[in-house]
Design a protein. Structure first.
Length: 146
């Protein structure tokens, strides 16, 4: 019985997996509780560049869920910083580029976070065929308008 319990997926208990993040990221935009849950899961995983990028992207999304304008800006900037650290640590990672492009395309222009859109699009288009995950492929397709 103990062996069966050990084989149960730990995602239900809070383990972060790339598939969990990919399949729930879009829902976090409108689901405040999911966004918060995912951010809390990722705050312990910042050594992993992909997870740091997801944390950053979710933090920018969280800015939409908070009311105080100062908290919105602070949270957005924290997210932006995490995304940029992830890119710096792993510049060739297409998934991280997809996350940054998603944030930059959807961020209000006055925040000034839009300068990498063309570069990210190029990298994503050049590597599009290497994307194996269906959710990620759909997000990329929508972002680069294939």
């Amino acid at each position: 019985m103990l062996v069966l319990f050990a084989n149960i997926s730990f995602a239900a208990f809070g383990e972060v997996t790339p598939d969990y993040l990919r399949s729930n990221f879009k829902n976090a935009v409108t689901d405040k509780n999911l966004c918060l849950k995912m951010m809390n899961m990722l705050e312990k995983e910042t050594e992993n560049s992909l997870y740091r990028a997801y944390l950053g992207a979710l933090q920018t999304v969280w800015a939409n869920h908070v009311i105080n304008p100062f908290s919105k800006l602070s949270t957005f900037n924290k997210g932006k910083k995490n995304i940029e650290i992830a890119i710096k640590n792993n510049p060739a990672d297409v998934e991280i580029r997809i996350l940054r492009l998603s944030v930059q395309k959807n961020a209000p222009r006055f925040l000034g976070y839009y300068k990498n859109i063309d570069d990210d699009k190029k990298i994503i288009m050049l590597n599009f065929n290497s994307i194996k995950n269906e959710n990620l492929s759909k997000i990329a397709k929508d972002l680069i308008s294939i």
